[in-house]
Design a protein around this ligand. Structure first.
Ligand code: PAF
Length: 273
């Protein structure tokens, strides 16, 4: 595995692969990699000839009161995990934005609710960094985890709307042995909050397995089962538009974000009628 820090080197390599018609797979991350990430990397390994993983903690997607400076980092561990999962190129730029950077990418519709309402500049930051990374890495196919379900929808919309010619593939949400969705932010949870946080996936499973076809009844049951300090949202939505639905009559998603102490945790499950 090669480690590349320079934007110019990354771009020159990518253009060479493109000229030779190579199938390049890409898994963008913010580091502090866990089994959720290595699962994506291993799955992408099977779909491409050259596999690039990026690690960059993107300041543009953090709001002013969010945890950018204390976002967890483990460059040595990340390196070992990437190599073990079959990565060819680990792209770890120190900075991704030149001083005269002046473009933002803004996706409409699917960004307005949920995470978009709680964190108004977040998806613009995500779309902008992913667009820039796509330009530098020139992937054929890119994978984003379904743990951040709305992010996946936003990035799939961006690639489609801008005719980027990049296949956007969902990666599975990976859970810990007790069911908690794996996230780099789980490290912030106190032992008590980690226990309480198990109510998040349990509430979603309850909504999935509930017999009522009325979405509001399932949401009420999930809400009653949830033990958290603050519920940002809990909803049943159409997986393409992310609009809330009234009836569970097709493939849908139950999505939730709740706070435990100062930590926001996201989770979701697929629902069928
Ligand atoms: O999901 C993440 O880790 C980030 O939002 C991403 C897609 C790497 C962009 O910074």
């Amino acid at each position: 595995m090669d480690i590349i820090r320079s934007l110019e080197t990354m771009h020159a390599l990518a253009l060479g692969w493109r000229a030779r018609g190579k199938k390049v797979g890409f898994v963008p991350t913010m580091g502090y990699l866990h089994r959720g990430h290595t699962t994506l990397i291993e799955l992408m390994r099977q779909r491409c000839e050259i596999l690039v993983v990026s690690i960059y903690v993107n300041p543009l997607q953090f709001g002013p009161s969010e945890d950018l400076s204390r976002y967890p980092r483990d460059p040595e561990g990340d390196r070992t995990r990437c190599e073990g999962a079959g990565c060819d190129i680990l792209f770890m730029p120190d900075n991704l934005y030149p001083p005269d950077f002046r473009t933002t990418v803004s996706v409409g519709g699917v960004t307005t609710r949920w995470e978009g309402a709680e964190r108004p500049t977040h998806f613009q930051g995500v779309a902008t960094v992913v667009c820039r990374l796509f330009g530098l890495v020139q992937p054929t196919v890119a994978m984003f985890g379904e743990k951040d379900f709305q992010q996946f929808t936003v990035l799939q919309s961006m690639a489609r709307d801008l005719a980027m010619g990049i296949e956007i593939v969902p990666g599975p949400l990976v859970r810990d042995h007790d069911g908690l969705a794996l996230s780099s932010r789980n490290v912030y949870l106190s032992p008590t909050d980690r226990q309480r946080a198990l109510s998040l996936h349990r509430a979603l499973y309850l909504m999935r397995d509930h017999p009522s076809p009325v979405a509001a009844e399932r949401v009420a049951a999930g809400r009653a089962a949830l033990d958290c300090d603050h519920l940002d949202y809990l909803a049943i939505v159409d997986p393409d538009t992310l609009e809330p639905v009234e009836r569970v009559d097709r493939e849908l998603r139950a999505i939730a974000t709740a706070r435990y102490g100062g930590t926001r945790l996201l989770d979701n499950v697929a629902l069928s009628p």
